[in-house]
Design a protein. Sequence first.
Lengths: 167, 121
Amino acid sequence: VRSARGVPPGDRLKVAAVYRDGWTASGMLAVAGQRAEAKARAAGNAVLERVRRAGYELADALIEVLGAGGVVPGLLLPESAPYEVVLRVTVRDPRRAAVERFCRELAPLVTSGPAGIAGYATGRPTPRPAFGYWPTLVSRDLVESRVTVSLKPAREWAESVVGEVSR
Amino acid sequence: MKTVGSDHGPTTVRLGDLAHARSGDKGNRANVGVVAFDAAGYAWLAEHLTAEAVADYFRPLGIGDVRRFELPNLRAFNFVIENALGGGASRSLRLDSQGKALGVALLELRLPAPGSKRSEA
């Protein structure tokens, strides 16, 4: 390599900050039969409506119909109407109880919803913490740099980190 | 798959017949790398695969601005698409929260074929 040029380092460092941002849950069910896409969408809306009637206005919710152009929504459509699709419903809310309510409403579609809905196991999600990502810059002189070399098995290291996070 | 509301006539060319693409995330932005199969294809795409054409195509996703960076020594472009991921990889509710499918979706873009009246316009 010749004639490479550079500039001196800047006076700020990048920080990839991750912060807790409420709770989230996501469940998937297979929906089969004529007009599977419309049925999946109606079933997803019914679940969200039941959560609403239980007294929870969810901060954010999304219905995706996979197999009917749902991965890149609004751009691509299958050549013919699919006979089976995957319904995916995802929610996020600051309240764990609201997300838990959603989790309890999804699986009953298999037994109490329209015919042709399958996937009792994947349709019973559990709430998990949601995270936001905030990439930003901080002044270099605020950061004290230090190198630590630690010889310990990966599993022990992971346990010590998980311990710190849960405290 | 077919594109929504697009012209599939003989005067159009599918991007995927001229180039390959791969995509991913950076915060709430997506990168789509497009690599032309040959030098002639790169030269033609440099003129026709504009940031505006890519922005129009992805508009239904509710995206923001699109910037194009040219890498002629690789016969490639990098498109940086703002607000493409419904909040960003860790926050988005979408299954494809990292925009992994945006690249192959872009390959279905139809451009006016070389030599057709529309490409001269």
